[in-house]
Every structure is written in structure tokens, then in C-alpha cells.
Design a protein around this ligand. Structure first.
Ligand code: PA5
Length: 462
């Protein structure tokens, strides 16, 4: 186990599956990849701009983000964040991790910031109708986020909700209420901004969608929700500095990447990111996209999944303990939690819980953690532990950078490009064809003949 300034990464609970020396044997490969990651060479499409973001982000843009957030806070009860994938998962992770768990249910006078509602990541009529109903009696603004500016799901949501906003506030006021985060020079959203003069924030050319949390993509919604984005960047900067060395002894993110690779070679093809607090669930979803889209290529890669314990110990716990031995766990263990909830003593002790009297919930949660690590490792599940000192904007920023760096390293160790996602295009092409998008006529014919054949086969089987 090595200790870095902010988090510690502990792989000792996985050492029955590989030798510690195996990690350090990978030093040469790791160093070569590290140099590649940190070199400024290559084209802008290499998407490595995120590597230096914590120490090299536009201060002016950062100030504009804070000003826009203040403006939104002053005139809106709701901010609609429209985006999908890397364009919304990061800010949602931060907001869910750092905000009051039930902030949407707090009485109005206790709400300190606008509610954030995410749309554009699904096509559910039910979801859209519900959001429309919520908007009926509340003032709102929109932050539409799309690097390409052409992604169908958020584009549709933007069309729907922009109409409502324009009808309610008119073209002039819309300029105060529509905020666009997109590419610097191209795409449909870029053209819209050129024409309508909405306020615009830029996603740098060399920062890809799922690596963009520390740009306006993540920072504007976070700031609107009241998160201290300076602290987020400070945490990321601390991680940048802690993870600057290529040496495996000193770089915990590279250790994590290397150990994942070793476990994969031992048949551990499924990773479960475990947390002990439901407010971390969205962070796990962000992490899942990061690793799945970066690493899952060429018919390989670790399948990233996640669970909250003890909740899921009562659902998938049986499988973890006793099912196929092809998974490992990575636990995000927050070491200093809020411990102001205690179990009280009851005279009658009908529930038999007096043995826990005066213990804090946190202490008990901690024992659940110890118990699960012991049980699962004895059951043949390697456990990796990422110790996080506390839940804060600072540690969120740190974790983001830690996982991004580990993910890029891990993907390169798998010899795949961490920054593209060619596999996502297959469904898009089919969807365009089936929806009759101009330019996809030939593909539409092909799909229709496949569908016709399948239909006939099903009929024959019946
Ligand atoms: O990581 C990625 O690049 C993707 O997940 C994108 O973020 C996602 O597809 C949304 O793309 P865009 O921001 O262009 O709408």
C-alpha cells in the first residue's frame, strides 16, 4: 500500500491472485505510456487535453462559469441540464455526492440553490412529461451540453424544452436563460449560438466527452447547484501533482491500472465498484462510462459494474460470495464520515439491539465493510480499496483525476485507444436509418430486409 497526499490505494486484499513483483515488472510499459500521455505531441484529436487541465484551465472561462451560475441562481428555481454520456454523468456524480440527499424534497426556504434536473439522456415520454409538469410553476434556465452538437437524444430534448422556454420568456429573455456548452468552432449548437447569441462555454478540442468533467461541461451545473468549483479544481490539482511520476511505487493510479490488468489476465473480467453510501451511486455511473467506453474494445476489456453496500449485499451478495469467480471488487471507502447518528438504548430491548447502544451508524457501516471484505476475499474475490479521507468537493476533484489517469493507463495497457468510442456508432447508424434520416436510405433498405426475414422466421417457427 502506498500513501499519496489525499487517497490511498490498497491492493493487499488481492495479493493471492498475483505477486507484488508482477506489478513492478510492468514499469517499462507504464513509463512509455506515461510519456505518451504527458507529451504534447500529436494532433489535437488525440484528446489528451484533460491531462493538464487541473493546472492549465482558462481562468477567464472559469470566472464566466461562476458569473453564469450566479445569474442562474438569481432567476431560476430549476436548471435543466441537457446532455448524455460524458456531457452529464460527471456533474450528476458531483451533485449527487455532495448535495443534500433529498434536496429536491427540502422545504423551499431551506433550499440554497436551484434544483438541477437532467434531461436528454433518455427518450422516455413519461420522463419528459414529468419534467414538463415540474416546470409549469417554476422559473427555469437551460444548460445544453454537447461536444458534437449533433447527438440525437439531447438535441431532441433541447428542441422540446427550448420551445417551452421561448413561449414562457420570449426571445429576448431566452438570452439570459439558455447556456450552451459545445465545441469552439463547429456543430449545430455552435451555429445556433452564432445566430442567437446565447452565452456559450467551450469544450476544448483536445478534451473528449467522458474526460470533460473539469471543464464547463461539469463545472457550470456544479456551480449552479452550489458546489465550490474552486475546491473541485484544487482537488484535481493535488491529484495531478501526486500522480505526476511514472514510477509505479509512487503512482497509485498506475498501480490501480496495472493491478486491474493483472487480474484480467487471471480471468477476472468483471469489476464491481462498491460504495457504502448511496450518494456515491452517480459517481459509480460516471466511472462506469469512463472505463466501459475507454477500454471495452477489440473484444476485450473489464466490464465495469457497481453496487452500494449493504443494500446490494442483500441482492447480489449471494452471487458475489458464491457465484462465478470472474469478478473483483474495487471499494471506495470514505474514512471520515459524518458520525452524528447513534443507536440509542431501549429498556425493553425487544429487537435485541442493545448490544449496539451508543455505537454510531458510521461505526456499524464500517464493520459491514470489514465483514464484507473478509467474507468476499475468503470467497475468492480480490478486493481493491481506494481510501478517501472525506466526502468533499476537493476529494471529488481528486477522484475524477485519479480515475481518468488510471483509465487512460489501463486502456493503453490493453492496447486500445482510450479516447474513441467506435462501437457506439453501430446503433446510431441503425437508428438514423430506421427513423428515415436523409442520407441513410441504403442502410434503411438493408435493415428492413433483415427485419422482414426475421419476422418471416418467427412466423414459421410459430
Ligand atoms: O465520452 C464520450 O465522448 C461520449 O460519451 C459523449 O460524451 C456522449 O456521446 C455525448 O456526446 P456529445 O457531447 O457530443 O453530445
Amino acid at each position: 500500500m502506498i500513501k499519496v497526499r489525499e487517497i490511498t490505494f490498497d491492493y493487499t486484499q488481492a495479493l493471492t491472485f498475483f505477486l507484488e513483483a508482477d506489478i513492478f515488472e510492468m514499469q517499462n510499459s507504464v513509463e512509455a505510456i506515461h510519456n505518451q500521455l504527458h507529451s504534447r505531441s500529436g494532433t489535437k484529436n488525440d484528446y489528451k487535453g484533460w491531462v493538464d487541465l487541473p493546472i492549465d484551465y482558462g481562468i477567464k472561462e472559469f470566472q464566466r462559469i461562476k458569473q453564469a451560475a450566479k445569474k442562474i441562481q438569481a432567476h431560476s428555481e430549476i436548471l435543466l441540464v441537457i446532455g448524455v454520456g460524458g456531457s452529464y454523468l460527471g456533474s450528476k456524480a458531483a451533485i449527487d455526492m455532495l448535495q443534500h440527499q433529498f434536496h429536491n424534497l427540502l422545504p423551499e426556504d431551506e433550499e440554497k440553490a436551484p434544483k438541477i434536473i437532467f434531461v436528454g439522456h433518455n427518450m422516455s415520454t413519461n420522463y419528459v412529461t414529468s419534467v414538463k409538469e415540474v416546470l409549469e410553476h417554476q422559473d427555469f434556465s437551460i444548460n445544453v451540453i454537447s461536444k458534437s452538437g449533433t447527438t440525437t437524444e439531447p438535441a431532441i430534448a433541447f428542441r422540446i424544452f427550448k420551445k417551452i422556454l421561448l413561449e414562457r420568456y420570449g426571445e429576448k429573455e431566452a438570452k439570459n436563460r439558455i447556456f450552451v456548452t459545445t465545441d469552439a468552432n463547429e456543430g449545430a449548437l455552435y451555429s445556433l449560438v452564432q445566430r442567437k447569441k446565447y452565452e456559450k462555454f467551450i469544450i476544448p478540442d483536445d478534451v473528449g466527452g467522458r474526460y470533460s468533467v473539469l471543464t464547463a461541461v461539469g463545472l457550470l451545473p456544479m456551480a449552479v447547484s452550489g458546489i465550490n468549483i474552486e475546491q473541485v479544481m484544487n482537488g484535481a490539482k493535488a491529484a495531478y501533482e501526486d500522480l505526476l511520476e511514472p514510477t509505479l511505487e509512487e503512482n497509485s493510479a498506475y498501480q490501480y491500472a496495472t493491478v486491474r490488468n493483472l487480474l484480467y489476465d487471471k480471468g477476472k473480467t468483471l469489476e464491481l465498484l462498491v460504495n457504502y453510501d448511496p450518494n456515491m451511486g452517480s459517481l459509480a455511473k460516471w466511472w462506469q462510462q469512463l472505463f466501459a467506453e475507454s477500454e471495452g474494445k477489440n473484444n476485450q476489456g473489464i466490464y465495469p459494474s457497481f453496487a452500494t453496500f449493504p443494500t446490494e449485499l442483500h441482492s447480489i451478495g449471494q452471487y458475489i460470495q458464491d457465484g462465478r469467480r470472474d469478478l473483483f471488487e474495487t471499494i471506495i471507502k470514505v474514512d471520515q464520515q459524518n458520525s452524528n447518528e447513534f443507536i440509542h438504548y431501549e429498556e425493553e430491548d425487544i429487537d435485541g439491539l442493545n448490544y449496539l447502544a451508543n455505537k454510531s451508524l458510521e461505526e456499524i457501516n464500517d464493520k459491514v465493510y470489514q465483514a464484507a471484505v473478509l467474507a468476499h476475499t475468503e470467497g475468492g474475490i480480490p478486493n481493491l480499496i481506494v481510501h478517501v479521507p472525506e466526502v468533499s468537493a476537493y476529494t471529488f476533484g481528486y477522484l475524477v483525476y485519479f480515475f481518468q489517469k488510471a483509465c487512460a493507463m489501463s486502456s493503453y495497457l490493453f492496447q486500445v485507444n482510450p479516447f474513441d468510442q467506435p462501437g457506439v456508432e453501430a446503433y446510431k447508424k441503425n437508428m438514423y436509418a430506421l427513423l428515415g434520416k436523409p442520407g441513410f436510405e441504403e442502410h434503411e433498405m438493408r435493415l428492413k430486409s433483415i427485419l422482414k426475414r426475421q419476422y418471416k422466421e418467427i412466423k414459421l417457427e410459430k
